[in-house]
Design a protein. Sequence first.
Length: 484
Amino acid sequence: MDLFILSLPLFAIALYYLYCAWKPRNSNTNNEKLLSLPPGPKCWPIIGDNLNYIFGSQKGGQDKFFEQRTNSYSHKLFKTKLFNEDMLFFCTAEGNKFVFSNENKLVKSWFPKTFEKIFAAPNSSSVIRDEIKIFRKVVVQFLKPESLKNYVDIIDYETQKHLKTCWDGKKELTVFPLMISYTIGLGFRLFLNTEIDPKEKEILDHQFHDVSRGFFPVFPFDLRGTKLNVAIKAAKQITKVVEKIVKQRRKEILENKAAFEDAHEVLTYLLMEANGILFKNDYDIAKKLYGFVNGANGSSSALISSIMFYLADLPHVYDRVRQEQMEIANSKAPGELLNWGDIQKMKYTWNVACEVMRLAPPIQGSFREVLTDFVYDGFRIPKGFKIHLNAFATHKNPKYFPDPDKFDPSRFEGNEPVPFSYIPFGGGPRMCPGKEYGRLNVLVFMHNIVKTYRWEKVITDEKITANPHSAPSKGLPIRLYPIN
């Protein structure tokens, strides 16, 4: 007992020296500054900065999150704790460029664990990191402009059908839920060449919404009733629906392969050209297709809703958009659908969409994982740290966009924004492959909606928030006024 008591001081001294050896030292020498981590707030374990980041996004204060931290720590980058990870925020165009240009050298793509739990296939926790790379190569060819030209008339037809079914005759409606339903249905039509039963479609719409709410939960635990738990269950149900479609298509191809030789959609291509090489079973294919439809259409529904949000407040912008679209409409024969050439004429409408994406980027940003230690701006960036490139960091910065709170589509006429300051689609090798598809989807819908309706907000003080997509917080209830 006496020996134990005598050894306690020695043990305490040993711990002290170990602590001093491990703890980064505050020194004014250049070498030690070079080895220091970027500055940032102190955070609680596990919860970290989740409350400030997620609640700020849900209340429409995304830009304030960055303003507070860049003013307190560094205008270039800061460190915090997010999703139980050491997270670095790069806040400048130069920082964005550095990360994008070092893809697979110093950094690699990374997703929060909640994404893996929602999208991972059974017995696989690496689907997002590894298998998605293979699937990306397969589907990217379907999202190139030369392929999208074949989709214009289909999207136009489906848009007109949606408006007649869900909008005509309505005095009031809520936009965002309808846009989720519209874009999901369009995704199934284009990429799976199938239409969902209306009753089943209504259930799917709610399940897709439940999935998106589980991406960034404050408490990322898979416990009964939590957002993450609900999202995981919803993802499984959606995958089962897609799996039925895959099985049926496989059966049809086996019975009459010649009938599908000229098919121009992702599902048939996977079954005819890649089956047995890329994916092993129908569930595996279904999981990838579901993730693809979710990613390709989730941001479009948010963007269309946000465009309508701003046009309701800016009648002069609405009038210019409508003028451009009516010039195109008046050049068409009765019943003639839009074509690729018409889309290229919608320049002002796309400038409006770009300005909306600056103020309310549908996807806030992307994540990376540090592959090896490196130094940036005099700070040590350790291997294993995560990086978040968030569009709000530069989109609302007056250095890149003067008078940043002003809605001004002319920012995108002529001169391009400062390189890497405008990143709604990411950048570098990981730039969103669905950029052109999203553009096509949005422009066709805006063409049809402004031809047919004016609208006003029911909730005049509604805000745009991110949960996780930037969209009107109440879904944008509007009053419709048909145009004869």
